[in-house]
Design a protein around this ligand. Structure first.
Ligand code: TPP
Ligand code: SF4
Ligand code: MG
Length: 340
């Protein structure tokens, strides 16, 4: 029997990673599975991919997908600068960064802020469980005001909404999803792969060991009960020439950089994900009601990404021969002369 392969002739097994060491039922494992599906179905060559992360249970998870890709497990909260360096050295890479709500929202917030405003081509996923899972479940900066720890301690600080922050700072693809929503998360990941620029995905990913009890606003039950999808997402990749019939009054079509199409069927309120003010409004309104707006919250497909704005040569900088990176003696003499 012929083995199943994708459009570049690779088998599903090539997209898998090591066996997970995370707790059974951890939301992070479900996200790894969707990443495997998305990269396989989009036909991305794993040898072109670099996986990046910081520190945390979430940051361990790149070990569990795309086993043959490049990888760099950075210091806590410092993945954005390592990713920026990697993409500058080789702009042909496809970067996927996995962070946690602690890794991003606490120690890494400074790095996150600058990544969002630079529009570096990277898929940046926050596996958001509202706690520091790896260090036994303390509140993180995305924990909601009034949310309760297992021990009964109540959070008395307001949360950082990473999606609102990303939109405000200029990220060009901002989405929120839930590790338990396979279909929505897969479509968002595929669209993120088609996007040229920073794709920031906040994926609520319950920590079954430390933050899945009553009183938590990041438990499976709470998220299921308070999920407000902004619309139904259909993604049509560039290699599938499918004509889809829809009513433009109820569906918004967004053309992606690589020719793929994102179709967003509006469920209510005529939501337009290309309207930045509306995106901020919906985030604030849902947060006030204790709900999670999920789906593609904001998209700006045509903005120049960081590498384009740097006007780099086509070849990866890391592969340029010395005579193209080092100024000649004559050029250096001329510079010295000018400085006299
Ligand atoms: C510089 C530094 N400070 C603190 C720590 C301790 N530490 C390890 S993981 C972590 C937080 C992890 O939380 P999060 O990023 O939300 O990941 P999760 O485990 O919840 O997936 C902290 C504070 C560390 N490893 N390094
Ligand atoms: S402690 Fe929580 S976040 Fe870490 S692996 Fe277990 S369930 Fe997942
Ligand atoms: Mg966490």
């Amino acid at each position: 029997m012929a083995t199943k392969t994708n459009r570049i002739g690779l088998e599903p097994i090539v997209y898998k990673g090591g066996k997970t060491t995370l707790c059974a039922g951890c939301g992070h494992n479900a996200i790894s599975e969707r990443i495997i599906d998305a990269f396989y179905e989009m036909g991305v060559d794993p040898r072109r991919v670099i996986k990046l992360s910081g520190i945390g249970c979430s940051s361990k998870s790149p070990a569990y997908f795309l086993g043959g890709s490049h990888g760099f497990n950075a210091v806590h909260g410092r993945m954005p600068s390592v990713g920026t360096g990697a993409m500058l050295a080789n702009q042909k890479l496809i970067a996927i960064g996995i962070s946690g709500d602690g890794d991003t929202g606490a120690i890494g917030i400074g790095q996150f802020v600058h990544l969002m405003r630079r529009n570096l081509p990277i898929i940046y996923i926050i596996e958001d469980n509202g706690c520091y899972g790896l260090t036994k479940g303390q509140f993180s900066p995305t924990a909601d005001l009034g949310s309760k720890l297992k021990t009964g301690v109540v959070n008395d600080l307001p949360p950082i909404d990473t999606c609102a922050l990303a939109v405000e700072l200029g990220a060009t693809f901002v989405a929120r999803s839930f590790s338990g929503d396979k279909k929505q998360l897969l479509s968002i990941l595929k669209a993120a792969l088609a996007h040229r620029g920073t794709s920031m995905l906040d994926v609520i990913s319950p920590c079954v060991t430390f933050n899945d009890h009553e009183g938590s606003t990041k438990s499976y039950q709470y998220v299921k009960d308070h999920d407000e999808p902004l619309g139904e997402i259909s993604f049509v990749p560039f290699f599938e020439d499918i004509s889809v019939e829809y009513d433009p009054g109820t569906t918004k079509e967004v053309s992606m950089h690589d020719g793929s199409r994102l179709l967003l069927k509006k469920l209510e309120n005529d939501y337009d994900p290309t309207d930045r003010m509306r995106a901020m409004q919906v985030l604030h309104e849902t947060a006030r009601r204790g709900e999670y707006a999920t789906g593609v919250i904001y998209i700006e497909p045509d903005k120049d990404d960081f590498l384009t704005s740097l006007n780099l040569v086509d070849e990866p900088l890391a592969q340029l021969p010395l005579d193209r990176t080092r100024p000649s003696r004559a050029v250096l003499d001329e510079v010295m002369e000018r400085l006299r």
